[in-house]
Design a protein around this ligand. Structure first.
Ligand code: ADP
Ligand code: MG
Ligand code: MG
Length: 909
């Protein structure tokens, strides 16, 4: 039965096919670096062939052919002929021919794209069997049961994969046959039963397709190849690509290889193996083996596999060989490999290998192990891990068991585990004394205070980019969005999910990592990685923490980009510093006007005279000053970039609808107390400042120009706070940042007043004045703006909104999903910087700004500052630092280090 090992030296290499129209490559013509053309599986099969590992002979049809097929719906010119030539060569090597009645060659037709998409596309095994060759195979092998089992598999797989017949049709027949025969494994079915099953399967094919199961092996082969091409665009493949950000236009390669048989009795079998444990990174023998089985059986979960280590007992020779090959592969690839193998009557065959997927924890551990083993250096180790993995390790997790009751599932919008009592409004969340989960249909900026105090957020509407999702991710707060099964009744204070009714006050557990929502309290494990960043201590014997510590510290050594934090409170500033931030890149001042201070803002807005305004500002000054003192103290010695007030004023005032109702009610009841009068005044003011497009309205620097004294008060507060700390002997380094500048004239307009204030505060250190670049016009005129600004900070959220003309909070829930489905967008430009569009503005502004002011400091403070892909862009664009939320600081440090080691991101998919 055994196939001869390919005699490589005797094989003709280049053939007389012009390279331009060449679509097919024999396994000994490729190598591991040809993944674009041969797909990952094909390239690695070629590499193993080069390493002279026992790989059954075969060839790979390139991704070019797939792309051509998908664009026209037909095989490209010449492909069929090329395949037939390659098939000839394969037959020569295997020493048997497809369709030969006495001794048939069987082949598998396997998908394999550049990036592994496990189980997403199709594979057909045992091609070449028909009503006649099955007898030949039976005689040659001396095992009729094996031959008919293989035929049974072919018709089943062909029917399902090529003809699209639902798998259950076949499984149903098989189960009945097994039950009647009293066996638990398909391979144990008696021959006569297998024959009957094959006939019934063929019947199913005719009935559903109107065509008989093809008896010509070449028809089988070409139909299978076309089915694999087409499987690139199957629904699940498309969904997987979207999830993993794999481009839609790569196409898959197709590998045709001689079958080897793991289902040839007890001395045969099939298995999977890992060179290290993909869950923890531990060295050892990891894998599963299944005796007398073929292909998918071992991973399908409904067979009794044995641990790989037990193979030693069953077949020591094959076992030792396998371990030897695994060792060689690991050394060759210099990384964890996973392997598919088959043993045919005591002979080991290698069917697949690749650098294996692993958990986030294992990635860190393995990278450090390989450094210690002298296989890679620390720079390379840094490229073997990434920020997404680190962020996964930083979330607390649920230890859910079967006993926990799943109530609903939604979109896993912001990872982490949260437990709390249900509250249905922001106000209720703020009033609560116990931990709460804020449950809303969807959230708006009004819910922000509630979100801040809640443990987690759950919405019944909106997706990964809804307001709730974006804000929760920014806060590092667990969030599940779009749990559509939940019906919210705010009046009754209930959520109904099918038969289940939950009330405000009931405890739920929200898993933002999986999108699951549980009734009651599921136990939570805090992240040891966060505990490490908080304390700086590496617990004895914790390999994962030790690896994270080692690699983040190495990233700090090699990175060029500075990492700062977006922090508005002393607590956040202190945490950011513990997490490794070298300053605050964005300290927003508007949060400081909420709560009790709202009334002061109201008075400022209502002020009818200069004096009234001055009094209101005078009361705000000491409050602002004390805010800054503690933040500057927490970041002593590092820059703290304080942004002057940015949002439109109405955000600090009661909502228009609320005021209208309040006044109308007073009118109806004829009340005329002070409160009502105040309401009336506010209503007039809110109506006056009401805007159609507030985000494009009176905000940012425009406010500073329109409301006399407001930003002067802020700047005075900053300078006085700094002066106070200087007198304490500290080293405060505040910087003032002006938001939403579109023209240098705006800066010219505010600058003199700010400088006057700064100069008037004794003991204040020098405080630089800079600006945000977040309006496209500012980027376009950055050379002029740099004359008045000593630093730039890109506000990439607004810059993206204004460059695309998209309102983030509106579009992400409405039509973005459609855009993803149609491939108009691969990833939201609010998640990862749009390098071609918004990125051009960034690059232009950097160049223009530095042309005017060579020492111009440039950073970014939009959400992109903490996004791995964006960080690599900012490194390339020559920014000085990125600034992100405190919890993303370690991720930014790691990614900044990685981006310094190589400009091109190493792809870990
Ligand atoms: P996937 O990409 O889903 O893993 P594969 O193409 O690797 O699909 O094939 C599915 C199964 O069939 C694997 O277990 C593989 O090892 C097995 N298989 C593929 N080709 C052959 C072959 N020529 N001989 C024996 N088993 C094979
Ligand atoms: Mg058998
Ligand atoms: Mg496989």
């Amino acid at each position: 039965m055994t196939i001869q090992m390919p005699r490589q030296t005797e094989q003709p290499h280049g053939r007389d096919v012009p390279t331009s129209s060449r679509y097919v490559y024999a396994f000994d013509e490729g190598d591991k670096d040809m993944k674009d053309l041969l797909g990952g599986k094909g390239a690695n099969l070629a590499e193993m062939t080069r390493l002279r590992l026992p790989v059954p002979p075969g060839f790979t049809i390139s991704t070019d052919a797939c792309r051509a097929y998908l664009s026209t719906g037909e095989e490209p010119e010449g492909l069929e002929a090329e395949i037939l030539v390659s098939l000839r060569a394969l037959e020569e090597r295997a020493g048997r021919r497809l369709g030969n009645r006495a001794d048939p060659l069987l082949v598998s037709v396997r998908s394999g794209a550049k990036f592994s998409m496990p189980g997403m596309m199709e594979t057909v095994l045992d091609i070449g069997l028909n009503d006649e060759t099955v007898s030949g195979l039976s005689r040659r092998s001396g095992d009729a049961q094996f031959a008919w089992d293989s035929y049974r598999r072919l018709v089943q797989m062909f029917g399902k994969t090529v003809e699209g017949i639902p798998g259950e049709r076949f499984e149903g027949v098989l189960h009945v046959a097994m039950r009647d025969a009293g066996v638990t494994a398909e391979a144990d079915l008696p021959v006569d039963v297998l024959r009957r099953v094959v006939r019934e399967f063929q019947q199913i094919v005719v009935e559903t397709t109107g065509r008989p199961f093809p008896q010509d092996p070449r028809d089988q082969l070409f139909a299978a190849i076309r089915a694999v091409f087409a499987s690139w665009n199957s629904e699940r493949a498309i969904a997987y690509r979207h999830q993993e950000h794999i481009p839609a236009d790569l196409g898959t390669a197709v590998n045709v290889m001689a079958m080897v048989y793991g289902n040839l009795g007890r001395s045969s079998g099939t298995g999977v193996a890992f060179t290290r444990d993909p869950a923890t990174g531990q060295r050892g023998v990891y894998g599963d083996y299944l005796v007398d089985a073929q292909g998918e059986d071992v991973v399908s979960g409904d067979h009794n596999t044995i641990p790989l280590a037990e193979l030693e007992r069953l077949d020591k020779r094959s076992y030792d060989r396998l371990l030897g090959y695994m060792d060689r592969l690991e050394h060759h690839y210099r990384d964890l490999c996973d392997i598919e193998f088959t043993i045919e009557r005591g002979k080991l065959w290698m069917l697949q290998t690749r650098v294996g997927k692993r958990t986030a924890a294992a990635a860190f551990v393995i990278a450090c192990q390989l450094v210690d083993e002298g296989v890679i250096d620390l720079d390379e180790a840094l490229l073997r891990v990434n920020g997404a993995q680190l962020s996964q390790l930083m979330f607390p997790s649920f230890a859910a068991s079967d006993a926990d009751e799943l109530a609903a599932t939604g979109v896993a919008a912001s990872p982490g585990a949260a437990v709390g009592h249900i509250v249905l409004s922001s106000a209720a969340a703020q009033a609560a004394t116990e931990p709460v989960i804020l449950v809303r249909r969807e959230t708006t900026p009004d819910d922000l205070p509630g979100m801040i105090v809640a443990q987690g957020v759950l919405t019944s509407h909106g997706g990964k980019t809804s307001h709730a999702a974006v804000v929760a991710r920014g806060m590092g707060k667990p969030c599940v969005c779009g749990a559509e099964a939940i019906l919210l009744d705010e009046d009754a204070c209930t959520l109904t999910i099918g038969d289940l009714v939950l009330r405000a006050g009931d405890v739920i557990s929200v898993d933002g990592t999986t999108g699951r929502v549980y009734r009651g309290e599921v136990p939570v494990r805090p992240s040891p990685i966060v505990e490490y960043f908080e304390s700086g201590a590496v617990p004895q014997g914790d390999e994962v923490v030790a690896a994270v510590d080692r690699l983040t510290r190495h990233a700090d050594r090699v990175r060029r980009l500075g990492v700062q934090a977006n922090a508005d409170t002393p607590d956040d500033a202190a945490r950011a510093r513990r997490f490794g931030a070298q300053g605050i890149g964005l300290c927003r001042t508007e949060h400081m006007f909420l709560g009790e201070r709202r009334s002061l803002i109201e008075r400022l807005v209502l002020a009818s005279s200069d004096d009234a305004r001055k009094i209101a500002l005078g009361e705000l000054l000491p409050l602002q000053r004390s805010d800054f003192v503690e933040i500057l103290r927490a970041m002593d010695g590092f820059p703290v970039t304080i942004r002057l007030i940015d949002p439109p004023l109405h955000e600090f005032l009661p909502r228009l609808e609320e005021l209208i109702e309040r006044v109308a009610r007073a009118d109806a009841t004829g009340r005329t107390d002070a409160d009502t009068e105040h309401g009336r005044e506010l209503l007039t003011a809110v109506e006056r400042i009401h805007e159609q497009n507030p985000m494009l309205g009176l905000r940012g620097v425009r406010l500073g120009i329109a409301v006399p004294g407001l930003v002067a008060m802020q700047v005075r507060a900053v300078a006085e706070a700094a002066a106070l700390l200087v007198r304490e002997g500290l080293d405060p380094r505040p910087e003032i940042m002006v938001p939403l500048v579109a023209t240098v004239r705006e800066l010219e307009a505010v600058r003199p007043e700010l400088e006057r204030v700064l100069a008037s505060v004794p003991d204040a250190p020098p405080i630089p004045l800079g600006t945000m670049i977040e309006v496209p016009r500012a980027a376009l005129t950055a050379d002029e703006i740099a004359k008045e600004a000593s630093f730039f900070s890109f506000g990439t959220n607004d810059l993206t909104q204004m460059t695309w003309g998209l309102s983030r909070d509106d579009v992400e829930g409405s039509f973005f999903p459609r855009y993803f489905a149609l491939g108009i967008l691969d990833v939201s430009p609010f998640e990862s910087i749009d390098a071609t569009g918004v990125g051009s503005l960034v690059a232009l502004a950097v160049a223009k700004g530095r042309a005017t002011r060579p020492d111009l400091r440039v950073g970014v403070c939009g959400e992109h500052g903490g996004d791995p892909a964006s960080i690599h862009f900012f490194e390339a664009a020559g920014l000085d630092y990125v600034s992100c939320s405190p919890y993303r600081v370690p991720i930014a440090r790691l990614e900044a280090g990685r981006s310094a080691v190589t400009a091109s991101v190493s792809d870990s998919r």
